[in-house]
Design a protein around this ligand. Sequence first.
Ligand SMILES: [Zn+2]
Length: 569
Amino acid sequence: MTRTITARLSLIFLILSPVLFISAGCSSERQVLADTVIVNARVCTVNAADPWAEAVAVRDGRILAVGSTIDISRRKGKATKVIDAGGRLVLPGIADSHVHFVSGSSNLAVIDLAGAKTVEEVQSRIRTYAQADPQAAWIEGRGWMYPVFPGNMPHKKFLDEIVSDRPAYMRCADGHSSWVNSKALALAGISRETKDPEDGRIVRDEKGEPTGALLESAAHLVSKLIPEPTAEERLAAIRQGLKEAARMGVVRVHGLGGEFEDLDLFERLYKEGALTVRMTIAMWVDAPGPTDNAWKAYDDARARCHDEWLAVDGIKLMLDGVIDSGTGAMLDPYEGQKENKGKLFWEPEDYKKAVAAFNARGLQVSTHSIGDAAIRLSLDAYEEGRRAAGDPDVRNKIEHAEDIAASDIARFGRLGVIASFQPLHANPDPAWIGGWIKNAGPEREQRAFAWKAVLDTGGHLAFGSDWPVVTISPWPGIQVAVTRQDLEGRPEGGWLPQYKVSLADAVHAYTMGGAYAMHREKDEGSIEAGKLADLILVSQNIFEVDPHKIAETKVLLTMVGGKIVHDTR
Ligand SMILES: [Zn+2]
């Protein structure tokens, strides 16, 4: 036995020795050459075994080597493209764990009301747009927030003052409510006689007159009248959306609503070679659960799309509304609203059955659950469903998880449920969060957006934007995650500062955390030899600047699969 091994080793040595001899004769070891090298960088690898480096070599769309500038420069051949980072920060590309890519893209073309702090400011943006486009049949906008308006709700009169000749339709930043003018109400035939639709509410004044605020499904009464953009128009919008994502450093997204319905458009872009953001796309399923057609649609789509660029993977469910409008499902009534605990959008048994059926097929479930009652039901369903399925590695997610009951926090870690948070949703700017705090009341406020508590109890964090709810840019979100302050630095010390996460944890949740949540951690999420070459070069070292300036970060270069898809150096 020993003799045989020795003999084999000698043979191998004999075969290899000429190579060793030649190598030893060169000034440096022979190296596989790179297509691209990035040198003189501060590379934050998000690889715990080797967290910082100076340079990266890329070949055939993957990372060939990570190391010092001197080492990596040896990978340079005549045809190698050299990117001198000038000492700037390189990070893994951003993975956004919750987007609506089609509506985010389409919204790039409507009035942006995000960040408007007063009724006057909201009106002025709408007026400017309406005057500039007198031909537009509808005036559309999005991004307003409740606390901007008296009584935390918009009113038709503020729209009628500036747009009375055409219908106007303004979606709330959270996508759960809409605000319309009198013309739109009239077109939709909404009057004091109109009944509230199921899962929705027409807000009315003390005389029963609709005020122009439409909650949840009530918004469809008007939105269904707006002409749908054609497939070609949506495709054009997605092309703009891809540019916007690349500009912000986003290389991978989890599409959680709208993308599945437009899968053919993403497939077209992929075939053209124009897909520059990697897409994981979940299929949306409504109560009471999947139909045979839905299963078939899923299987067909999955059979076509399952690679590192475009993969249909998992299911999106929606269990409740939002706290800001009192529609999130709570264990106890909303503050000052004795009758209102919000409402679950699913019968609990139907929901549990659906989760179990998906997990039994090995499919990940991502559920929108915001109120503590919805979150608890998700955790219960995930616990039972996964166990019944024999504990497959499905990595079920809870989206938003804004107000977790104290006794449920540790269950995320224990059950391996991913907390998919959008840090910018916790922006403590009163114009953004005021309605949330008022509705939750003081006790429940104390457990708002408890990122660090979930992390400390062993939970996985995956960060994202919920674009178009907020910008797809991760930078303001990262700033809020580490400061718990609004972008002006309020409040002093941060809102519930015990839930701040470290910058390293925030970056992790926006890179590896997202890759893990999308089952992509073997190929993505960190800068390591062998992984896909998805990385970004940014304008400032966020680990060195004042944390209050992180939002100002600009992405100078975005590389996906070794290809530069955004470059403003
Ligand atoms: Zn969403």
